[in-house]
Unconditional design. Structure first.
Length: 109
């Protein structure tokens, strides 16, 4: 999970993606810690449940995107067609997925 901090660049990146959300703050908000690697399976599951609920309630597109990115990195993101109505948001999500997947591939080499 060395690539997780990359979300900071996305949520602080170009104007359409700025959300004011910090990656560490998201981890603390949903999981109670910045180091989710130390969580028990039950704690991780509870945090994912909180993340999913907030994603469903969130109406701000930038915050929604940041929550989706976190969910993607945890392997629990909803399908793009279910998550986003706007094509620009879907395209940004695809770009994020490509970037994270590429970083993970590089880390494995």
């Amino acid at each position: 999970m060395d690539c997780l901090p990359s979300i900071d660049a996305w949520v602080r990146g170009p104007a359409p993606l700025r959300t004011g959300m910090d990656f560490d703050q998201l981890l603390i908000r949903f999981f109670g810690t910045e180091d989710i690697g130390d969580l028990s399976p039950d704690q991780l599951s509870a945090g994912i449940d909180r993340l999913r609920v907030q994603f469903g309630l969130e109406r701000d597109s930038g915050r929604r995107f940041a929550l989706w990115c976190l969910a993607y990195m945890l392997g629990v993101a909803p399908d793009l067609d279910d998550a986003f109505e706007d094509e620009a948001d879907k395209e940004a999500a695809r770009d994020f997925m490509d970037t994270i997947d590429r970083e993970m591939d590089e880390d494995e080499e």
